[in-house]
Design a protein around this ligand. Structure first.
Ligand code: HEC
Length: 224
């Protein structure tokens, strides 16, 4: 019988194709489950029990949120409720949001949902980007809650959240750049809900996206 090289054997290629397809399919299924687990929103109990979730419970609005450089990961990560000695969230330090730091899961969820509907109804994405979606005419809003500008304005408005809400209700009056945001007729209640959404969004671990959010005070050289 003539000796056929393995490289020109049909059987070899057919088997290889079957194996590669089979292994890839299994891998994709496993990765899909892994992604779904990573994207699953945490609960109020997770925050209480200090369980790290990429997408924290809506009750994260009851906590102080910082953004610190993680040496291990090579980018900034959200720090919720204070930072421990290892650069991890402590989930302890609360922060009043419109006068309260005890929003229930239901209340916080309702507020953030209203914020999301307002953002959709007013088409903020025409100009801004949220979590990678939208336009770049105006600043990326994924981490807008952490913009140090609001920290600076907080004392005059009685808190960061009040300053952002005031801006949203009449942006031209508080213009900070040459390119101005128009007045979109946002009501007081809508502004509060939008700010809740912005605060919640800033606590989502986005693997350091958007890159070079250099405006955040103390983000670089935060811990050696
Ligand atoms: C027509 C374009 C446009 C639309 C639509 C728009 N914005 Fe803006 N927005 C801007 C511009 C331009 C700025 C920068 C203005 C400034 O700093 O004075 C801005 C600034 C902001 C800031 C401050 C950003 C920061 O980094 O601190 C926030 C928050 C904001 N917008 C939220 C919203 C929300 C929420 C909506 C939808 C309800 C919205 N914007 C719709 C153009 C727009």
């Amino acid at each position: 019988m003539e000796k056929v090289s393995v490289w020109s054997s049909n059987r070899f290629w057919r088997r290889s194709a079957t194996w590669v397809t089979g292994v890839s399919a299994v891998l994709l299924i496993l990765l899909t489950f892994d992604s779904m687990a990573q994207m699953k929103m945490g609960t109020a109990a997770d925050l209480k029990n200090k369980v790290d979730k990429r997408i924290p419970s809506p009750t994260v609005i009851n906590y102080k949120i910082d953004y610190q450089l993680s040496r291990a990961r090579g980018h900034e990560v959200p720090i919720i409720g204070g930072m421990d000695a290892n650069g991890k969230s402590k989930y302890e330090v609360k922060e009043k949001f419109f006068g309260r730091d005890n929003y229930s899961e239901e209340e916080a969820r309702t507020l953030i949902h209203k914020g999301k509907l307002t953002i959709q109804a007013k088409n903020c994405m025409d100009c801004h980007t949220f979590l990678g979606n939208g336009a770049y005419y105006a600043p990326d809003l994924t981490k807008a809650w952490l913009d140090p500008t609001w920290e600076t304005l907080a004392p005059a408005y009685g808190g960061k959240e009040y300053a952002i809400a005031a801006f949203l209700q009449n942006p031209p009056a508080m213009a900070m750049h040459e390119r101005k945001m128009p007045n979109l007729g946002i009501t007081k209640d809508e502004a509060k809900a939008v700010v809740a959404y912005l605060k919640f969004m800033s606590a989502i671990d986005t693997n350091g996206f958007p890159r070079n959010f250099g405006k955040i005070k103390g983000a670089v050289n935060a811990w050696k």
